[in-house]
Design a binder for this molecule. Structure first.
Ligand code: ADP
Ligand code: ZN
Length: 436
């Protein structure tokens, strides 16, 4: 297979050279971090008063973790390391609690980030000849603008359509023969169901690749997308604290994501003890941003669960690979005392051929007990068959789920289009249990 590169030299550096870059950049970031009220105090407390106090990469472990709550508490300027005059971009997010966090970029920060996205796009085999329809939400969310800049740098024809208005999306795909999409996997599945409903044939579209990310999805969901649309789908991972998309991306082999290690230091820790775990072992992803001067972030606890691949990738890149995100430390549901991750449910139901493209996990209380209901959309023709067949399908899905999550949920079968659709990040879990 042909392996395309954007910056071959950097992407194939040997470990020693890569670690030297990491250490140099880490020192630079620490010197910037020391200028902020937040890290000034935090680093002082562990005896790091200047970049020279870090003698090797191992010294990173002396640096305390940074959490989302730290970012909230230091809103708006506690982590700003440059004069506002130097800031060229502000991204902000307000999480479920409504307390905002903010990310600042200086000119060179945007430039380096853009380069990582150009690198990521080229790694998938896409090129300047492609037509790129960016269906990710633009605005304060980093997903839209991040890939937009990267795609322009590659020289693709970029259609900045943003999320939503599915009919227009499909028309645009036809009009311009869009070959590459950037989109959440849930919205892509919805687009597919509309393509089917409108009777648009594969040959009317010029689609070849989809860059899918911003939300958890299983390998079975990727397969489903690839089979239904006849394209290749590439996993894309990032978060605004680490600039946004472009932290890790799949190459042409589609066997998990290269972390761009000249730009980020990745650690996997045991979330309970904070200690690093071995390659191959699942834990919480902790990331240090090596390329953002306006707002340095050291050892950020992402709450995302994944593992590092010990073996190298066939493409020849030396930047190590991260598994897909297997769950989050904060999305675990406890159902009558049993731990259940939404990703376990998705993986099972997306394997069932009768299941269409959307589902919802619903939790409530019945008396003293928690009740878990999994609502899945199935293909409409199945409702024309006899009731016994539907009942058998429901039982089969319930049994699949029970084999993975131990408890036996209620399974409801729905017609396509009846469950809520998201045009950005999907909300898969509705938990209506009273909070105490
Ligand atoms: P952004 O604005 O860049 O999307 P957010 O901070 O809003 O960043 O969201 C980042 C979170 O989204 C990650 O911590 C992770 O939980 C989730 N996420 C992003 N990409 C993926 C992916 N490819 N697979 C699974 N989860 C993802
Ligand atoms: Zn590779």
């Amino acid at each position: 297979m042909e392996v395309p590169f954007w910056s071959r030299e950097i992407e194939t550096l040997d470990r020693g050279a890569l670690e030297k870059i990491q250490l140099d950049r880490l020192r630079e970031m620490v010197s910037w971090a020391l200028k902020t009220p937040f890290y000034g105090k935090k680093l002082e407390a562990v005896g790091v008063r200047s970049a020279e106090d870090l003698h090797g990469l191992a010294d990173l472990e002396r640096v305390p973790f940074t959490t989302k709550d730290d970012l909230r508490r230091s809103f708006p300027k506690g982590l700003l390391a440059v004069d506002m005059q130097e800031v060229v971009r502000i991204h902000s997010s307000s999480g479920t609690t409504g307390i905002p966090t903010v990310i600042y970029f200086a000119h060179d920060d945007v430039d380096r980030w853009t380069d990582l996205l150009a690198r990521s796009i080229i790694a998938t085999g896409a090129s300047s000849r492609d037509i790129f329809q960016n269906m990710m939400t633009y605005g304060l969310f980093t997903g839209g603008l991040g890939l937009h800049y990267g795609a322009e740098r590659v020289g693709m024809a970029v259609i900045p359509i943003g999320g939503g208005n599915t009919k227009r999306q499909i028309q645009t795909m036809k009009d311009f023969q869009t070959s590459v999409l950037h989109i959440t996997p849930s919205y892509l599945l919805h687009i597919h169901s509309q393509v089917e409903a409108e009777g648009v044939g594969r040959d009317e579209l010029g689609l070849k690749r989809a860059l899918i990310g911003a939300e958890p999805h299983s390998e079975n969901t990727r397969r489903k997308i690839e089979d239904l649309l006849g394209i290749q789908a590439f996993n894309s991972y990032g978060l605004s604290e680490l600039n946004g998309p472009g932290v890790a991306f799949e190459c042409v082999f589609r066997k998990d994501m290269h972390v761009w290690e000249d730009a980020y230091i990745i650690e996997i820790i045991d979330p309970a003890t904070g200690q690093r775990v071995e390659d191959g072992q699942e834990g919480e992803v902790v990331l240090t941003n090596l390329i953002r001067r306006a707002m340095p972030i050291l050892r950020y606890r992402t709450r995302d669960l994944a593992f590092m691949h010990p073996e190298p990738c066939a493409c020849g890149r030396t930047h190590r690979r991260l598994s897909r995100i297997l769950g989050r430390t904060d999305d675990m549901l406890i159902i009558n005392g049993v731990n259940v991750f939404p990703s376990q449910i998705e993986e099972k139901i997306m394997k069932v051929p009768e299941v269409a493209t959307n589902y919802l996990i619903h939790v409530d209380k019945k008396g003293a007990l928690d009740r878990l209901t999994v609502k899945v959309e199935i293909y409409p023709k199945l409702f024309l068959g006899d009731v016994a067949k539907l009942e058998a399908l429901r039982a089969r899905i319930r049994e699949e789920l029970r084999s993975s999550i131990v408890i036996s949920p209620i399974v409801e079968l729905h017609e396509p289009g009846s469950l809520p659709v998201s045009e950005g990040k999907a909300k898969r879990v509705v938990d209506e249990r009273p909070k105490d």
